[in-house]
Design a protein around this ligand. Structure first.
Ligand SMILES: [Zn+2]
Length: 427
């Protein structure tokens, strides 16, 4: 193994600062808004064409039949692979190319890639086209400066992360694109700050709880049974019996922000009785149905079954205590909590690279939400995966989202060094 990465790699990345900005602007220029999944194919092809010139073999994989896929909005993913002269491990950089809707409140054109005082603005600048561009420039610099690079480099641009990843990483993982021995280490350049290594994320359970009542005339509510009042009893029990328990539960996961180091439960929505109407009066009725969507986030110490059991027990106890109480519960979505080993190859190579490039100790963190690591871990059965990339997580999905240009350059150096180290490590 050569003693050290050639300094020319870092110098090249510095010299390509403007190119990195330009590449990010070009990526932002594709309005890859999801839903519906706009401009996926041209964006994927843009990435493929660029990497082809560096000797990558390009595959376009359309996730046919996945949610939202049709000829108008094809779920087109790109996977680029470059094999070195000497066999060795495969290091893969995976970025999602989709962005969320712009929303209101922008002071700049969200797809123009405006540059102002060291910041590059645009929808996806932070989450995560800045990270994608940084990984491309990092790997190109490595290829251009190191003649005898061993092993395999892969870069993918995948779709639908913002809507669960089923047409993107999940689809590819199911077909072996993210499994050993094809791939050994994965870095996902999500915006988690340049000095943090994200080793995992909490789990999720979404469910709809419906309380049932009996319809009657609203002037004689005693003749019916109000589903909204039953739901109120559920909320009451949540406040009394569930929230204190969730708050008392602590985790070994280094979740940021620290408020998310407990189990949490959000009430996403609640609705009872007639549909809300824009005009006119409603008819007087006792509601016979009230529906509530809950969003329970799980710690690595918890299982989805135990989280479900806790809520179902509470509802069953209420049914025993409260006259007329009846409910239904329906699962909507679930993700298991994931945490990679912080001493694993990809986490330690990235941490080392942060120490070397930035000169300070990295922070190991976990995300309060989820991202595509779940599919790589659960479906691809590849554990050596982390998220590392430029950008401030809090800016994701906001108006005037931006990424600091300095951070993109710094993270590109970290990515190049981490990849170099992983490629030169024999298992
Ligand atoms: Zn993202």
């Amino acid at each position: 193994m050569p003693a050290d990465i050639p300094v020319s790699v870092f110098k090249t990345i510095d010299a390509r600062r403007d190119e990195l900005v330009e590449l990010t602007r070009q990526l932002i220029d594709f309005p890859t808004v999801n839903p519906p999944g706009e401009a996926y194919r041209p964006c994927a092809e843009f990435i493929g064409r660029r990497l082809e010139t560096r000797g990558f073999r390009i595959a376009y994989v359309r996730a046919e039949g996945t949610p939202g896929d049709n000829d108008r909005y094809p779920r087109t993913n790109v996977v680029a692979r470059r094999e070195g002269g000497v066999p060795g491990p495969c290091v893969h950089f995976n970025s999602h190319i989709d962005v969320v809707e712009t929303g209101s409140g922008w002071t700049v054109d969200p797809f123009a890639g405006v540059v102002k005082s060291g910041k590059l603005f645009g929808r996806g600048a932070c989450d995560m086209k800045g990270g994608l561009a940084a990984s491309i420039v990092a790997i190109e610099a490595l290829i251009d400066c190191v003649a005898d690079l061993p092993g395999v480099l892969e870069i993918s641009g995948t779709v639908d992360e913002e809507s669960g990843g089923y047409g993107g990483v999940h689809y590819l993982a199911e077909r072996g694109w993210f499994s050993p021995p094809r791939v050994d280490h994965v870095i996902i350049p999500e915006p988690l700050n340049v000095d943090r290594v994200c080793i995992g994320h909490r789990g999720v359970w979404w469910a709809e709880i419906e309380t049932l009542g009996r319809i009657a005339h609203g002037s004689m509510p005693f003749l019916g049974d109000c589903a909204v009042r039953h739901m109120n009893a559920v909320l009451d029990r949540f406040e009394r019996d569930l929230y204190p328990k969730l708050l008392a539960r602590n985790t070994d996961m280094p979740v940021v922000p620290s408020g998310a180091r407990h189990s949490t439960l959000n009430i996403n929505s609640i609705h009872g009785g007639q549909a809300e109407q824009a005009s006119g009066f409603p008819a007087p009725c006792v509601p016979d149905s009230c529906r509530m969507v809950i969003d329970r986030r799980l710690l690595i110490e918890e299982s989805i079954d135990s989280a479900k059991g806790e809520v179902i027990d509470l509802l069953n106890r209420l049914a025993g205590d409260r006259a007329g109480f009846a409910y239904r519960i329906r699962d909507l979505f679930e993700v298991v909590p994931i945490m990679a080993d912080r001493d694993g190859p990809v986490a330690s190579a990235t941490a080392q690279a942060i120490r070397r490039v930035i000169g300070r100790d990295p922070e190991f963190v976990c995300s309060p939400g989820t991202y595509d690591q779940k599919h790589i871990d659960r479906v691809g059965k590849l554990k050596d995966c982390i998220a590392y990339g430029p950008g401030i997580l809090d800016l994701a999905h906001k108006p005037d989202e931006y990424v600091l240009i300095d951070d993109m350059v710094t993270s590109a150096k970290v990515m190049a060094l981490a990849a170099w180290s992983l490629l030169h490590t024999t298992a």
